[in-house]
Design a protein around this ligand. Sequence first.
Ligand code: UDX
Length: 427
Amino acid sequence: MKVGIVGTGYVGLVTGTCFAELGHDVTCLDVVMEKVNKINKGITPIYEPGLEELLKKNIREKRLFATSNYGDLKDAEIIFICVGTPPKPTGESDLSYVRRAAEQIKETNPDAIVVVKSTVPPGTTLSLNLKNPAMNPEFLKEGVAVEDFMKPDRLVVGALKKENAEKVLKLYEKLKVPQDRQIVTDPTTAELIKYASNAFLAAKISFINEMANICERIGADVKVVAKGMGLDSRIGERFLNAGAGWGGSCFGKDVKAIMHTAIEANYEPKILESVIEVNYNQALHVIALMERAFEERKIKGKRIAILGLAFKPDTDDVRDAAALRIIRELAKEYEITAHDPIAIENTKKELERDGIRIHYSRNWEECLKNKDACLLITEWKEYREIPLKRFKELLAHPILIDGRRIYSPEEAKKRGIHYKGVGYGKK
Ligand code: UDX
């Protein structure tokens, strides 16, 4: 099938490349010429494992082509809108790029099935007044987006006409998604499925973080609590890792956007408010753990080492990252040195915008050297592999605050480390 993709950001490029890999004839459109040129040369403008290889292959085999001209989409049967919906200061999503793309498509190819893939507030797709509107949310995680696309848990398509939904589903036919994992509904319901999913995942993490805080007070271990809960198949063990809180480009933005939708519809979303509040406090809680360790050792710590800046491992993305929240707060009083395998440049940009200056190290050893405490914030594999004795050898005071619970508290204590981990309350 002839497919058009508008917007070659993270979602658009993964979607376009994967559709080409499934054998479709794909044209990707972006208004930024630099991106178009890169894509046509087989270079991905974003970092996503496995994507560049697929892109190169499909460019070479001429199933994928990038353009900045809407005229090139005039033969497409189905066009996906994958442009950004950045948050406004109110939490509301900025839909101007989506609306602009829809208007341009209406002019060049009014009969196409136009599928909104961008995450948009419920009601948006229908408000675009398209002849053949559809909505098909994405559930792609950064770092494993290609795999998520190729092996989806479910396919959701919202359309007004059943035959249009079926055509959209046909694009995914080769993935062999079982029938009972394919949902055909109206566009507004499809839009809400996306928000509800992300809000629920964020809530699941905030919930376990709340349990973690209770564990610390009563002498329990949240890791074991999570395991015990997760074995109930109704709950499931995934997304029950307590820590310094969730971040990234989706959770915060989506929870706030759906709260905004709820309030506009005269409904007060109390659970969602708490999901955000618990998450915000969780980052500060990690600082409180550190300050408690200073008190217990009766020292006035000043120099802090931060391991991990990205919002999760295997990405250089620092948007809404717990580490940044922690640094913004810590920087008021402490001298900070940070390390991350790939997210230092992005962190520098973010912090410099706020006028915050910290030190950066080339490796974790340099980062730890002579510091009064170490805060582990992102669970990169290389940090998991640090021999515990190195913390004792390198730090001026062996205080280790495990913001992701990756080290064994018992082992750490055995090696003379003053260990505090989120959700670990045992003496
Ligand atoms: C998320 C959704 O998972 C995905 O379906 C959606 O399409 C986009 O948003 P992503 O933002 O890439 O994906 O990251 P994800 O792996 O979901 O992690 C989000 C945050 O939650 C990270 O900061 C991570 O560290 C944190 N997290 C995750 C926890 O704190 N505990 C967990 O158990 C899981």
